[in-house]
Design a protein around this ligand. Sequence first.
Ligand code: OSB
Ligand code: MG
Length: 373
Amino acid sequence: MIQLTSIRLREIRLPLREPFRISSGTMVDRRIALLELTAADGTTTWSECVADDMPNYTAETIDTAWLAITRWIAPRVLGRSFEAPGDVHAVLEADFRGHLMAKASVEMGMWGIAATQAGISLARFIGGTQATIPVGISLGIQASPAHLVEKVRDALSQGYRKIKLKIMPGRDVEYVRAVREAFPDAPLMADANNAYSLDDPAALLAMDDMHLMMFEQPLAWEDIVRHASLQTLLKTPICLDESITSLDRAQDMVTLDAGRLINIKPGRVGGFAESIAIHDFCEANGVPVWCGGMLESGIGRAYNVALASLSNFQKPGDLSPSARYWARDVVTPEWTMSADGMVTVPFDVPGIGVTVDVDRIDNLTVRIETVAH
Ligand code: OSB
Ligand code: MG
């Protein structure tokens, strides 16, 4: 039985070590909402909301999430007894549309509370089986193909198992070709964040012979049907990211052959229950999944790493070590990657697996609000 008595929200500002540019926007200083959840038995845990400053990945932002959490989510969960954390999702979906990142931040925190109460790691609590997970890096759009080649060289030397190149019209074919020519056998993929249209697939067709592992989300952020048409034109498998917001959308993707892989981000689909449902559905249908990232702090990363320990996370996840993003993370130990590109799941640490550095968070906090039952 889990019952939450309070949620304390904080906004922190965490500067990225370098700006991260994707087709839909550039991130420099992350504005991150962290939640500290307290249960009736005194158990506490932390969770993270992945919404950013601008609505250019999905429609949510940190400010809409703050409103949704304090005004609509907290009243539905505080003081209410849940048999299991898996029951929270249905309550939040019942009469309340959208705001999936906001919902996920609370829902995931409930999984964190439940694992802590059970005295086992979150990964064990959800039935994870993989003790180490291969890591991929996501490289933002660079000033020139030569710059990108150097970034890829550095990432490969660090041991990364998958290199994701962000692309957009005009920063695509020449960039990917330069990298492929420099590294003929590297595990490369490209992520367009919606930048292309079915009317003009020429650049995608030009990259179709470059032995990419997948094209991630080439078309519009809510589209499924056009991706199905596009997939018929391409040998390279399509991987959907933005378009998969629920199990239903994953089923639509498989029904229509609109993609052959899914990047699961728990924040995007409303939390762990829906992530696990998508994972299980994909596993039963022979569709590999991998864990995406949203430039999370070490708190959000803890949830992603736990989730990625499930058996059908079959491709390297966007689970880079803390030092790739931040001068200093908000957790100890910081997240690291082995020389052969693996992150270790903290299977034997109860709860989310890292200790939250509250002093550091206090220093970074610009806004705080507590909602209590
Ligand atoms: O499309 O996967 C994406 C970051 C912000 C918004 C969207 C995306 C990303 C990434 C970052 O690719 C992956 C990471 O966290 O390392
Ligand atoms: Mg993506």
